[in-house]
Design a protein around this ligand. Structure first.
Ligand code: XBP
Ligand code: MG
Length: 284
């Protein structure tokens, strides 16, 4: 037996892949449009982008890929400047896609957001993506005052060490004024789950298109989406698996209450590609 169970005091949302299929329907397309706009001869296929998603952060992903792109500059400084230019262009194009409602919320997300708002459960965002991307997506889907629905929003600019680093989650907890054991996160990726685990935050995994089969370990429950309870598995609480309807707040609370029953997680899946971190965020 562990320490006395605490009630759920906040829900922390990841964005890309969790709230919407932004990687599949937005970021990859926007990266390719940016390559074209800046005259770069390479494009990222769905398959290649799936591999590249192991590297979190758009700039870091670009730098990682430049290692195998013959047309990429050889000097590190030039590469970094190109990556920053491409990333700015990519984000501008991504914002165009989502600002006009081009990417819908995933099934069950709006319902769960509304339930939390209606019952007064504080919510936070902990994401590795840029703030402009979050703002464009959520303003289009939830309205201009979307941010008022969240107690805090932690983006890439706030937490430059990206998932699987726990920084975004630690910052969210600090801003919420909560201990790690009082919050539950919703994630879609192994790197996100790693970040939660490293921060001591319990996590539920709603698998996204790119991580449909990725091994994840240490989650309270894992399933194909919040829209339906079908296909969900919870090592922490088998009795709460396979229930009818969508994954609602009551279900999350049941999994959270059973968190001390979860078996110890297996070995880690992903490690940060630290050597690809740019030295500066902006050209001199
Ligand atoms: C999201 C990311 C981001 C996005 C693109 O990870 O890794 O890099 O792919 O956004 P998570 P930027 O869902 O785990 O937060 O280009 O703004 O980085
Ligand atoms: Mg994600």
């Amino acid at each position: 037996m562990c320490s006395a169970p605490t009630d759920l005091k906040a829900l922390i949302w990841d964005v890309d892949g969790t709230i919407a299929e932004t990687e599949r329907d937005g970021h990859r397309l926007a990266f390719n449009a940016a390559f074209e706009a800046l005259g770069m001869p390479w494009r990222w296929s769905e398959r290649r982008y799936g591999e590249l998603l192991r590297v979190t952060g758009g700039v870091e992903r670009l730098l990682h890929d430049m290692d195998v792109q013959p047309a990429a500059p050889t000097a590190l400084q030039e590469r970094e400047q190109l990556a920053l230019r491409l990333h700015r262009e990519k984000n501008a194009r991504y914002v165009q896609i989502v600002a006009t409602g081009g990417i819908a919320l995933r099934g069950g997300v709006r319902e769960l957001l509304d339930e939390c708002t209606a019952t007064g459960l504080p919510m936070a965002i902990a994401t590795t993506t840029s703030r402009s991307n979050v703002d464009a997506l959520l303003a289009a889907q939830l309205g201009a005052r979307w941010e008022a629905r969240f107690a805090c929003v932690v983006c890439a600019e706030d937490a430059p060490r990206k998932k699987p680093d726990p920084l975004a989650y630690r910052m969210a907890l600090q801003r919420l004024g909560l201990a790690a054991g009082e919050a539950l996160a919703i994630e879609d990726s192994p790197a996100g789950v790693e970040a939660c685990r490293a921060a001591g935050v319990s996590v539920v995994v709603t698998r996204s298109a790119y991580f449909a089969d990725a091994p994840v370990s240490g989650a309270l429950a894992t399933g194909p989406g919040l829209h339906s309870a079908e296909g969900w598995q919870s090592p922490a609480n088998r009795a709460a698996s396979g229930v009818a309807g969508r994954i609602d707040l009551a279900q999350l609370r049941r999994w959270f209450a059973a968190r001390f029953n979860a078996p110890p997680p297996a070995t880690d899946w992903v490690r940060t590609v630290a050597r690809h971190r740019p030295r500066r965020r902006r050209p001199a």
